[in-house]
Design a protein around this ligand. Sequence first.
Ligand SMILES: O=C(O)CCC(=O)C(=O)O
Ligand SMILES: [Fe+2]
Length: 352
Amino acid sequence: MGEVDPAFVQEPDHRPKLSHIEAEGIPIIDISPIINKTVKDPSAIEGLVKEIGTACKEWGFFQVINHGVPLKLRQKIEEASRKFFAQSLEDKKKVSRNQTNSSGYYDTEHTKNVRDWKEVFDYLVKEPTFLPATPDEHDHQVNQWTNQTPQYPPNFRVVIEEYIQEVEKLAYKLLELIALSLGLEAKRFEEFFIKDQTSTIRLNHYPSCSYPELALGVGRHKDPGALTILAQDEVGGLEVKRKADQEWIGVKPTPDAYIINVGDIIQVWSNDAYESVEHRVVVNSEKERFSIPFFFFPSHDSEIKPLEELINEKNPPKYRPYKWGKFIVNRKSSNFKKQNVENLQIYHYKLA
Ligand SMILES: O=C(O)CCC(=O)C(=O)O
Ligand SMILES: [Fe+2]
């Protein structure tokens, strides 16, 4: 990756500012009151629920500390990720993701039709995972997917499974807090995930880049799922579009914190009360960076639409329903190659 390859070059408007702002903005929330306990009296966590609601409204992003995921497990998966990516391209390609297997290694992802400066390894949280065979809404065939497991490092599968177990618990806790903050029952969202969630965990490696003013690790985008739970390393590079003034703000790495963002599904469920916020990743010429997002996705047959409890005459539904499985399969097929049109977005389901 020496000379400037035009495939990676962002349009002038979307190039990063290298003097990036790292504001203290994104709230850091201590969620210890709900970790390893069943909350019997909701008034005991009223303050926490308020904080979550405010962060979702004002930023669409927050960080959590005292989240219950053991640091040891995070360190182990980070180490496994470094070892995996340190292999030769030839070895990594032995577990390549391809048109018929959505898990595995991949280094040619495009975001908004510009190639990302990164390589990834995708792993399904549930095995098997059920997804529609095609984006075509008249095609009812459903396929079963399983994971590819790299031979190196040798403990890869055990380490990733242990980590998934703990992050999944955190994901359910966060859903409860978000439901409560919207005035819903704590378990309101659970039914969409308990049976056949389609979540994935991704290992991201952003190599150092000799033209960080032109390329991005991940171009600006919104996450399509319900929630993303991200572990970023100490290098930094994630930028979030601040709702207040549309400036790109760097998310300063906080040791052992997770960065949480609300995805498109929560935007639709909440009928736009909580918006899925644009973010991107800047790269730098000195340091490589690693990150591990957990994308919390519902079952493929979930119908996504504004929740009945949150709509009324004054606040009519802003979206027509869509099937999650069809949406994500459509998205995945378009991430595969450079296209001339924008890929599927929730605003395509927006009611006038
Ligand atoms: O690596 C990061 O910090 C964020 C990655 C991201 O936004 C994504 O993969 O959707
Ligand atoms: Fe993202």
